[in-house]
Design a protein around this ligand. Structure first.
Ligand SMILES: Cc1ncc(COP(=O)(O)O)c(C=O)c1O
Length: 189
């Protein structure tokens, strides 16, 4: 249902030239540039700094203590992978699994963090094939299993099964929610 609404808005915007989605955003971007608020160092007053406000709003929304705004989704994934690498003492060229139906920023981030991407098959719903994930985990026998899971088009796989696999194989899962803000599984964001 949401997919259809999204595609309808997308077509209206791109084919008929309606700016429904970005009118407000453009106003905010202009304010941000005119008021010189385009990075975290320009105004430390939380109430007036757009970035700090966004970080606060998002950490409240996803019910996490911290949230860090960076310049792009790809950089968020790269930095998180570098943190995982340091935390678990992983070597360069260690394997990181990712669903094969993803955005090119994901394998780029894996390579940027000096890991090697291994792609997991896609099922008929275009979701990650969890049987193939298990097969690949058994095949590669990594010191630490790391998975970057992109929720493409805001659609999520059976998270009970995903978490079961994470527990069984001690998988560190990095969620790429670029398409999935607001998505829930069993009322959990
Ligand atoms: C699923 C997914 N992950 C990550 C990214 C990366 O975001 P960025 O283009 O900001 O690097 C995108 C971008 O569209 C995306 O679609």
């Amino acid at each position: 249902m949401y997919n259809y609404i999204f595609y309808l808005l997308f077509i209206m915007q791109n084919v008929f030239g309606f700016n429904i989605l970005i009118k407000n955003e453009l106003k905010n971007i202009k304010n941000l540039l005119v008021n010189q608020q385009n990075n975290r160092y320009q105004n430390f007053d939380r109430s007036e700094n757009y970035l700090l406000t966004a970080e606060n709003m998002l950490s409240k929304y996803i019910d996490k203590k911290y949230c860090l705004g960076v310049n792009s989704g790809g950089m968020a994934i790269t930095l998180s992978l570098i943190a995982i690498k340091k935390l678990y003492n992983l070597l360069d060229n260690s394997i990181v699994f990712s669903n094969s139906f993803t955005f090119n920023a994901v394998p780029s981030a894996i390579v940027n963090a000096n890991f090697k991407p291994v792609f997991v098959e896609t099922d008929k719903h275009l979701l990650i094939d969890l049987d193939d994930l298990e097969l690949k985990i058994q095949k590669y026998k990594c010191k630490k299993n790391v998975l970057v899971l992109s929720y493409m088009r805001g659609r999520i796989p059976n998270m009970d099964k995903v978490l079961k696999l994470c527990n069984k194989y001690n998988i560190i899962m990095l969620e790429d929610a670029a398409h999935a803000y607001g998505c829930m599984w069993n009322k959990k964001k």
